[in-house]
Design a protein around this ligand. Structure first.
Ligand code: NAD
Length: 495
């Protein structure tokens, strides 16, 4: 049975909600005239802060400060730039506990998930510290008689990141350390639903001695995003969020002549073969579907059970869903947190109802048996047909839609044909052939083999495709370094 727990983590509650400030040119400034939005803890509904919805003027202020800072920062030798990142890493380590608790409090994910997010964020900082070698160019001596050619990488200029609510610490750090280590100035526009981790990051960068204006924080929502896309002083934009907004940002940046990488939504398939090792497969796919309350862009949301896996694996996943304890993620024993807002919960309920109206069969209903306070949806499993709305739409909640297939070929067809996304996809099997076919024919950019959440480490690119990604160069890894640098070749002849 799912059990609802009341929150006991009162120690984390602020007395009166603070109004957040932007951080521009090394100063904490009020976003004058901006509309304010409440930021609740989604598990307890307590108001944590008020976030300003900055306007185009605030974005322009940040862009000017960033441009000015870029002139000097891009002249600082790269070994000195990464020394600031060493200090930032120290500050990040020293503040580990509060950063993790902060993520749980503003986002709702449980403490162990927040700790995983923290670890992945740290990885990118550590990757970017390698910038003196990552930025290295190459050369060919004697491309012709007496002529040499060399390639160098230069920083781009002013770059901006627009980030989603679901990884408030990690997603800003997918780009920030790489961009600044490469010599760029940076503007962060975090999600207005989780602005507090970004504020904590700005404080740590300040403490680390990053020169004023190299990092700027502008709170806000759609208006600030439109201003970023149109702002002539901003050279490149990294966006992470839903496919709908990713496409808007990609097109707007294209029109404005900016470099852009726009990571969109997902509808990730998991396939379980009859030869899968049952226990770790159940654990791995349940974690994928219900971890972070299904609010991961790598969350498994369609499960295809092949042949007898319907009898060996599926009932245990249902049992696992039944046993999950819901509540505030800092409370003892809680295994799943809420979704981010009441409208997310309503959206999930609406899609589930549409699926049922189309003939889907409920296997485990998570719409009731949830805590009274907070925006909870319990783990839900529902058997569908391939043409169901639940096979196509991203729900972004703890709902696992189940399909049946007879063979690996049938399962792969379901993966490729039922929706337009291509972020991640996992298979649980003991067969090398099935795994190989799955990997090769799958349109997703991140494949898991007996791994439910196939998130690559920071030195690989986060490589979604189709409607999960608009652009060429992905975030992190060598792609990240390429994105934040401009290449130049010099061809030399001496007389
Ligand atoms: P979202 O698209 O609602 O918001 C993302 C950002 O865009 C926020 O900063 C928000 O302020 C801004 N925004 C929202 N509406 C806008 C509009 N109309 N015009 C301009 N800007 C707007 O996404 P979200 O709900 O915060 O995050 C969840 C989504 O992000 C899911 O779809 C998830 O799959 C996706 N996501 C993708 C990845 C990936 O790597 N592909 C990673 C994390 C999250």
């Amino acid at each position: 049975m799912t059990t609802a727990t009341a929150s006991t983590a009162g120690a984390t509650r602020a007395a009166a909600p603070e109004t957040l400030r932007n951080y521009i040119g090394g100063r904490w400034v009020e976003a004058a005239g901006a509309q304010l939005l409440d930021v609740p803890n989604p598990a307890t509904e307590e108001i944590l802060a008020r976030v300003p919805l900055s306007t185009a003027d605030h974005v322009a202020q940040a862009a000017r400060a960033a441009r000015e800072a870029f002139r000097e920062w891009s002249e600082v030798p790269v070994p000195e730039r990464v020394k600031v990142l060493f200090s930032f890493r120290e500050a990040f380590l020293d503040n580990r506990e509060s950063l993790i608790r902060g993520v749980t409090t503003e986002n709702g994910k449980i403490e162990s998930d927040a700790a995983g997010e923290y670890r992945r964020a740290l990885e990118v900082i550590e990757f970017a510290i390698g910038m003196p070698t990552l930025m290295a160019g190459y050369n060919v001596e004697s491309v012709s008689r007496g002529i040499d050619t060399m390639l160098e990488r230069y920083p781009l200029g002013v770059t901006a990141a627009i980030t989603p609510f679901n990884f408030p610490l990690m997603v800003p750090l997918w780009t920030l350390p790489i961009a600044i280590a490469a010599g760029n100035a940076f503007i962060l526009k975090p999600s207005e639903r989780t602005p507090l981790s970004a504020t904590a990051l700005a404080r740590l960068l300040e403490e680390a001695g990053l020169p004023p204006g190299v990092f700027n924080l502008v709170h806000g929502a759609a208006d600030a995003v439109q201003a970023i896309c149109a702002e002539p002083e901003i050279d490149a934009v990294s966006f992470v969020g839903s496919a709908r907004v990713a496409k808007i940002v990609y097109e707007a940046c294209g029109r404005a002549g900016k470099r852009v990488q726009a990571l969109g939504g997902a509808k990730n398939h998991i396939v379980v073969m009859p030869d899968a090792v049952v226990k770790p497969s159940v654990e791995g796919l349940s974690e994928s579907a219900f971890g972070n309350a299904g609010q991961r862009c790598l969350a498994g949301s369609v499960l295809t059970v092949v042949g007898s896996a319907a009898e060996t694996v599926l009932p245990r996943v249902i049992e696992r869903a039944e046993s999950m304890r819901l509540g505030f993620g800092l409370d003892e024993g809680v295994e799943m947190g809420p979704v981010i807002r009441p409208d997310s919960r309503e959206r999930i309920h609406t899609f589930v109802q549409q699926g049922l109206d189309q003939g889907a069969r409920m296997l485990r209903d998570g719409r009731s048996k949830v805590p009274d306070k907070g925006y909870f949806v319990g783990p839900t499993l529902i058997e569908i047909e391939p043409d169901s709305v639940l096979a196509r739409e991203e729900l972004f909640g703890p709902v696992l839609s189940v399909l049946r297939a007879d063979t690996i070929d049938h399962a792969i067809r379901l993966v490729t044909d039922t929706n337009e996304y291509g972020n991640a996809s996992s298979i649980f099997t003991s067969s090398g052939r099935a795994a190989r076919e799955f990997r090769r024919r799958n349109p997703a950019g991140m494949i898991g083999i007996n791994v439910g959440v196939a998130a690559p480490v920071a030195f690989f690119p986060f490589s979604g495709h189709r409607n999960s990604f608009f652009g060429d160069l992905h975030v992190t890894g060598r792609d990240g370094v390429e994105f934040f640098t401009r290449k130049k070749t010099t061809t030399t002849r001496w007389f």
